[in-house]
Each structure stands twice: as C-alpha cells, then as structure tokens.
Design a protein around this ligand. Structure first.
Ligand code: URA
Length: 204
C-alpha cells in the first residue's frame, strides 16, 4: 500500500507541497536543515530520477540537484538527450544531513534508518507521479527503492522490478563521479551513468 497525500497537495501549489514536506518530523534531520526539498517535475512524468539527499546548495535553494552535482547531472542529461524538465527529479531523503565544520557544512550520508523513514515521502511521490520507469542514482536511492544499497558498481545498468512492476534502473550518483580523482576512471563512470540514464529514458 503506497502512502497517499491529499490530492490538493499535488495539484500544482508548490508552496503547499513545500509546507507539507517541511512539516515532516519523521526523523531528526529536520532539526538542522533549512527546509525540506521536495521533488520537482510534472505529475505523470514517465521517468522519475532519484538521488540521495539535498546538498548544501539545494538546502538553501529548496530545489533538488542545483549545486555542483546538479550541474554535472544537467550536463549528463543534455548529453543523453534527456529533458530534465520532463522528468520528476527527487531524492531518497528530503532533508540535508551535514556536520558543521567552521563555516562549512559537510555532507553526511543518511543512515539506513533515515532512508527508511523518508521512504514514506518517496512512496507518496511515486503514487502521485506514477512513473513508468525510475532511475536510482547511488546507494541511498538503491536502498530506498530495492532494500539494498550495496555494490552499485556491480548492480548498475541492471533493471530491478518493484512489487508493483515498476522497473528501476540502478546507476552511479553524480557526486561519486565528482569524487573520482583519476580522469580516466571519472570518464568511464560518466559514460556508464549517461548510458544508464539514456536506457531508463528509452524504457519510459
Ligand atoms: N545530491 C543529491 O543526491 N541530490 C541533490 O538534490 C543534490 C545533490
């Protein structure tokens, strides 16, 4: 049984949606984040793309994938011929998890419990959007959607079926590409992410 929110919440009133998400106290991450960052994109989008959690830039802007990882994501979308505005782009976890270090806020990976608690929202988004295909980018998205966030390198490119039959294509997270120091390794991983995105888009 997928989570349901009142129809009015998804009816195009972005402020109402944001208020609903921001009122969430299901896990402690709401205490330190600036705001919850809901997914973005049309209801009925055939492709849903799921990342990990908002980063520092997204936490301040209130929009997903608008920081450094988002810029790379945009570039890979363009190269793969995917129109980002036609997809529903969201995250497994809706609040930014970080550790303060001086003036900086250092990203921390959400725990399994936090991913599981936030799955209620991802399920609600799936119910509202009804995507034909989902692209899960990175460990947290894979954990939320498949119950297993391990071995993305081996599982990427494969299609996992959700209980309701929705195909989920697993792939790397753009931030992983940014962390790779070796240019050849980064290029190789970028090529795979681009191919996985194109495949998901073709299935959608
Ligand atoms: N990384 C994510 O997983 N999501 C964002 O929205 C930004 C960076």
């Amino acid at each position: 049984q997928l989570a349901r929110l009142p129809e009015s919440v998804w009816s195009g009133d972005a402020d109402a949606l944001r208020a609903e998400f921001s009122a969430c106290t299901r896990c402690p991450l709401h205490c330190n984040a600036t705001q919850a960052v809901p997914g973005e994109g049309p209801m009925g989008a055939s492709l849903m793309i799921v990342g990990e959690q908002p980063g520092d830039t997204e936490d301040l802007a209130g929009r997903p994938f608008v920081g450094p990882a988002g810029k790379l994501f945009d570039q890979i979308c363009a190269e793969a011929g995917v129109d980002r505005d036609k997809a529903y782009v969201t995250n497994a976890v809706k609040h930014f998890k970080f550790k303060p270090r001086g003036k900086r806020r250092i990203h921390q990976q959400p725990s399994t419990t936090e991913v599981e608690q936030c799955k209620w929202w991802l399920d609600a988004e799936r119910t509202a959007v009804q995507p034909r295909v989902i692209l899960a980018m990175g460990a947290s998205a894979a954990l939320s959607l498949t119950g297993n966030g391990k071995n993305i390198g081996q599982r990427r490119g494969k299609v996992h079926q959700l209980d309701d039959g929705t195909p989920v294509v697993l792939t790397f997270h753009p931030s992983y590409l940014l962390r790779l120091q070796d240019p050849a390794a980064r290029q190789a991983a970028t090529d795979l992410l681009r191919a996985d995105l194109a495949r998901a888009n073709q299935l959608a």
